[in-house]
Design a protein around this ligand. Structure first.
Ligand code: KG4
Ligand code: ZN
Length: 333
């Protein structure tokens, strides 16, 4: 069984081929960072146009790396949402065309759920129930999975996502787009305790996240202390901001471990590439004696291998889904 996945929810055009044992035979990710960098953030209309330009090349290149022809693909998978509607429609329409032309099933998957299933590509035996912390540019959520494919949303951000907060502070300091990787790099040399950021607390005691307060506090400190690249405390400021975001994420995860007593923990999403977050997540898992799993960095940011991985699990439960050409993309979950 060979499955071809397509992911175009945001600003990466990606295609991947996996076999039935969830092994990656080819995974091509074409980033649009250069297209959006001059604007300091993603321009949705440019993103969808770029997907149209890239999709044929990305799928062909992926098949070539896998050493397969389209006629050898037995199922297609694609991200249906959430994401940028124009971007999603490019991948969804393309995947529908392929499935229809080749008379194969099409599995439409949820972007957040596929991020969680990225962890299963390298670890097939993650024990349930699972508590998954998904941290990306558009979402910051906690999910519980009591069994495969049974996703229960426990908490989400009430305003900005964690990645969005990192990207916005980086933009404000002219560090380029996307800001997360630059902050990761700069913070490694800094003292994360130098600047103070109060951890947000939900008055209703919920596990929800909030990051817009950090962003506002960060901007206030930047103005107050005149923080810029030349400032002697520049890297300490970056490290402190990063530390505050990580502290909030792991504080809520720690509380959720008390409430839900999971058998395993997963950390996923683009921000899960952050080295300090990876390190401290594994320390927390170790401290709480719960096995913790984080996909390799290249499987954390948006990619089609995770789309195909989730679709394989869905096909295991429903081996021959009907081809539904009326499927529509959805921008929000
Ligand atoms: O999951 P993803 O690729 O796209 C969304 O679904 O949003 O996540 C992108 C986010 C961006 O905010 C980016 O700045 C962040 O992941 N990111 C990082 C790192 N690499 C990417 N954040 C912190 N440290 C990194 N090394
Ligand atoms: Zn994502």
């Amino acid at each position: 069984m060979k499955i071809l996945g397509i992911e175009t929810s945001c600003d990466e055009t990606s295609a991947a081929v996996l076999d039935h044992e969830v092994r990656i035979l080819g995974n091509v990710v074409l980033s649009q960072d250069e297209v959006h960098a001059p604007y300091g953030g993603i321009v949705p209309e440019l993103a969808s146009r770029q997907h149209i330009r890239s999709i044929v090349y990305v799928v062909s290149e992926c098949l070539e790396r896998a050493g397969l022809g389209l006629d050898e693909i037995e199922a297609f998978a694609v991200t249906q949402g959430p994401g940028l509607i124009g971007s999603l429609l490019v991948g969804l329409s393309f995947a529908k065309g392929l499935a229809f032309a080749h008379g194969r099933p099409l599995v439409a998957v949820d972007h957040l759920e596929s991020h969680i299933y990225s962890a299963f590509i390298e670890n097939r035996d993650i024990g349930f129930p699972i508590l998954a912390l998904l941290v990306s540019g558009g979402h910051t959520s906690l999910f519980e999975l009591k069994e495969p494919l049974n996703f229960r949303l426990l908490a989400k951000t009430r305003d900005d996502a964690a990645g969005e907060a990192l990207d916005k502070i980086a933009k404000f300091l002219n560090l380029g787009y996307p800001g997360g990787p630059v902050i990761d790099q700069l913070a490694s040399e800094g003292d994360g305790g130098r600047f103070h950021f109060a951890r947000p607390q939900m008055s209703d005691g919920s596990l929800d996240f909030s990051f817009s307060g950090f962003k506002t506090a960060g901007l206030r400190q930047i103005r107050k202390f005149g923080i810029n690249r030349e400032h002697p405390d520049f890297i300490h400021f970056i490290a402190s901001f990063e530390a505050a975001v990580i502290r909030t994420l792991l504080h809520n995860l720690d509380r959720a471990i008390d409430d839900f007593e999971p058998g395993s923990l997963i950390l996923c999403g683009g921000v899960a590439r952050n080295r300090k977050l990876r390190e401290q997540f594994l320390e927390l898992a170790d401290h709480r004696s719960v096995p913790g799993y984080i996909p390799s960095p290249e499987l954390c940011t948006d990619n089609a291998a995770m789309v195909a991985a989730l679709a394989l699990e869905m096909l295991r439960h429903d081996p021959s889904p009907a081809l539904d050409l009326t499927l529509n993309a959805y921008p929000r979950r």
